[in-house]
Design a protein around this ligand. Structure first.
Ligand code: SAH
Ligand code: F3S
Length: 483
């Protein structure tokens, strides 16, 4: 009976996971803004609070506790959260007893100030303080405000098994590092997420095993800077130089971690994000070439194509070094897809610098991109020492030029796939048609095709017949060997 229900749900492409603990009475509404790391952190938070009697709900009106996991990366991201808090305020008319907490980067950045600025907020918890939530929630339940924004040297939540939220039951995130030591001058992350530390490979493997047991098919290893992963027994990355000789000799780097994961779980498909060009080594690319279950896709943000701007941003590589890295990547894995992050209108950016960015894009021809106008963030070196001197209208125009060029390149890349047969993991029903599945190929491009006999979570070979700049359209020709 259960088997039939599962097959029926798989046909419909429904989420299979509703991880709720029987007997839990309190209701938690949790939502996340910003990066994938925040999504994964919310799953960790849900797991910690499940032990305190909370199950998650999708209904704000029913919630005893509302948590919003926030993003500070650009001013707009913060404004979105503030609007959301105003909306919670309205819900309080219907649900006056609900408590509201803010988690994540805005909590860390604003600290107790949040309580004054937004009256609706009862609880402020930074990214390294989630283990303290049981105490903090108790405080709040007894009518007091609570704040913990202490950053940690070694917290990785390695032993917390995340409750999968809104999951399709097919792909999941597994965090491998926290924090960032890179100090790009525009970026608030090192201040809100603290120093870089890596998670014990043993606990990473255990989490992937759990996912495998639950029938997940794809894992994305997450970190602000995954290539910088280094396990030597725990502690900050920057303290590695003082580690014992034994710790140094047995340390595990990212290429090794990737190799271990792909070898241990040959049927699981692996992705990772994000790579920083300055920390990426060719070992990683060789490991990718060696394993068919590591997707041939790297998110490799460069931010700008101008040496002057890269230097002002404190990115530790030149335009030439980046292009050299790209050459090597394409040489080792010719079918590799690359994507970028770009910032338009950073302090001091001239038309010539902007042109360098467009030239660089023409050289690499990225498959995708995430493109932003520069937004000054309080506390960063750029905010303190540099002038945000590119007028908004010019930032917008340059951003638009970058976006248009990316669209051309995306179409160029999807057209390259026409006529090819590619392995696709089915992740859900297509947004546009109930009769079609959607999934992604190894290069991370979305592929849509008629459902036929196939089920959610199947690995299918799909022949690509048509495309837009973002989507491949095709027809399944059978199960792939991975199925
Ligand atoms: N290491 C993380 C960086 C997170 S920030 C990662 O690589 O994913 C994600 C992207 O946001 C950055 O790559 C950058 O392009 C953009 N970004 C960060 N700070 C910004 C700012 N102050 N203004 C505009 N965009 C910014
Ligand atoms: Fe931010 Fe640069 Fe780290 S963009 S997250 S400081 S690599």
């Amino acid at each position: 009976m259960r088997e039939e229900k599962v097959i029926e749900e798989k046909k419909q492409g429904k989420a299979l996971l509703t991880e709720q603990l029987v007997g839990n009475k309190k209701k938690l509404f949790i939502e996340s803004y910003g990066c994938q790391m925040n999504m994964n952190d919310s799953e960790i938070v849900a797991s910690i609070l499940a032990k305190e009697g909370f199950n998650t709900t999708q209904q704000l009106e029913d919630a005893d506790l509302v948590l919003v996991n926030t993003c500070s990366i650009r001013d707009k991201a913060e404004q979105t959260v503030r609007k959301r808090l105003q909306y919670y305020n309205k819900i309080k008319d219907i649900n006056p007893d609900m408590k509201v907490g803010v988690l994540g980067c805005m909590a860390e950045r604003l600290k107790a100030k949040f309580l004054e600025e937004e009256k609706i907020v009862d609880l402020v918890v930074g990214p390294d303080a989630y283990r303290d939530l049981p105490n903090l929630v108790q405080e709040v339940e007894s009518g007091r405000d609570a704040v913990n924004v202490i950053l940690s040297k070694d917290e990785t939540y390695g032993d917390v098994s995340p409750v999968r939220l809104n999951s399709n039951g097919v792909s999941a995130f597994v965090s491998i590092t926290r924090g960032c030591d890179n100090m790009c001058t525009f970026c608030v992350v090192p201040f809100t997420r603290g120093r870089e530390r890596s998670r014990d490979p043993k606990s990473i493997i255990e989490e992937i095993q759990e996912l495998k047991d639950k029938n997940f098919k794809e894992v994305t290893l997450l970190g602000q800077n995954v290539d910088s992963y280094l396990w030597y027994g725990g502690g900050l990355k920057k303290d590695f130089k003082n580690a014992s000789e034994i710790a140094k000799a047995t340390a595990v780097n990212f290429a090794q971690l990737l190799d271990i994961c792909a070898t241990e779980f040959p049927k699981m498909r692996f992705r990772f994000s994000t790579s920083n060009p300055q920390d990426m080594t060719l070992d990683v690319i060789h490991v990718m070439a060696k394993h068919r279950n590591i997707c041939k896709y790297i998110h490799l943000p460069v931010q700008s194509g101008s040496n002057k701007i890269l230097k002002a941003m404190n990115r530790q590589h030149t335009r030439e070094e980046y292009m050299e890295l790209v050459n090597s990547i394409y040489k080792i894995v010719p079918e590799m897809a690359l994507s970028q992050d770009m910032i338009a209108g950073f302090c001091g950016e001239s038309e010539e610098d902007h042109q360098d960015t467009l030239d660089m894009m023409n050289y690499v021809k990225y498959s995708f991109g995430f493109m932003f106008a520069y937004s000054e963030r309080p506390g960063t070196l750029a905010a303190k020492k540099m002038e945000d001197d590119v007028p908004e209208a010019i930032k917008k125009r340059r951003l638009q030029e970058i976006i248009s060029l990316q669209q051309e390149h995306s179409l160029f890349r999807t057209k390259e796939q026409l006529g090819k047969t590619q392995e696709v993991l089915i992740e859900g029903t297509s947004k546009k048609s109930d009769a079609h599945w959607k999934g992604r190929n190894t290069q991370n491009t979305v592929v849509v095709f008629p459902k036929e006999k196939y089920l959610l979570g199947d690995f299918v070979n799909v022949k690509v017949e048509d495309c837009t700049s973002t989507t491949l359209i095709g027809k399944a020709v059978g199960y792939s060997e991975n199925n």
